[in-house]
Design a protein around this ligand. Sequence first.
Ligand SMILES: C[S@@+](CC[C@H](N)C(=O)[O-])C[C@H]1O[C@@H](n2cnc3c(N)ncnc32)[C@H](O)[C@@H]1O
Length: 279
Amino acid sequence: MKGIKDFTVEDIEKMDYNQIIGIVKETNRPPGGRNSVFEVINRLHLTEKSRILEIGTSTGFTPIEISRLVKCRITSIDINEESLKEAKRRASEEDYDNIEFIKADVSSLPFDSETFDVVIVGNVFSLVKNKKRALDECMRVSKKNGFIVAIPMYYIKEPPKEIIKKVSEAIKVNIAPKYKQDWIDFFLIPRLEIYWSKDFKFSYIEDRKISEFCANILKRRHLQNLKKETYEKLSETYKNFMFLFRNNLSYMGYTIFILSKRKLWEDPELYTSEPLNEN
Ligand SMILES: C[S@@+](CC[C@H](N)C(=O)[O-])C[C@H]1O[C@@H](n2cnc3c(N)ncnc32)[C@H](O)[C@@H]1O
């Protein structure tokens, strides 16, 4: 693997956003960040005995955030080695020895069937080519009474085509705009049901805040080891990504879905209800 000094302008041009994250060591979070993790820990009553698998950990935000509240046994996977290296460093800096980081692909998980109480996928299904196979793998490794947590992002307003094209280029995945119902249709395979869910929309972030955020990330000491022209290309690419994502997110929301395996003996609930008010 290349060291930071060896990266060229062409390397940066070829990288997708997730690879850039590995280089700049950005704290990449699931949609909703800490609030989503907090909600999941509490809703699922995680304890030290819980066995968790997290898919697409990036730089390890979710397992570290869970460990602050519950020292359960967590296995976090990603396909990106640079991000995993940083995730390991952060977990060890916090003295968390309950998290193991493994390079693996969600489409072919290296774990026995029915191993985990909870499989957390965050917003990773959006990035995976064969989504059905990924969901089947998550189902396979979760215990009979286990849960799958997914926090997919989707459009709540129709986005301009230009934005979709630019985001597809940035993440190097051809995205077909998805709406909430598309995700519900995807998850509602015969063996799975929605146990609990909550919807959110993204806040609009001002230009000034984005510029400040980028400046702070780009002044990190390790990045000063890049060649001058590579650093300039990285800075330009990173800032473009961040403004593009802000524009894209202004059309988007997300849902925390807690999914559970359907019990064969249970009849569907007929007399469902809804809150009288949202207070
Ligand atoms: C947007 S970040 C996820 C951030 C956050 N952990 C979340 O749950 O939403 C997506 C991560 O998924 C990883 N990823 C993409 N495809 C993957 C796959 N097939 N298997 C495992 N990880 C994958 C990427 O390398 C990246 O680090």
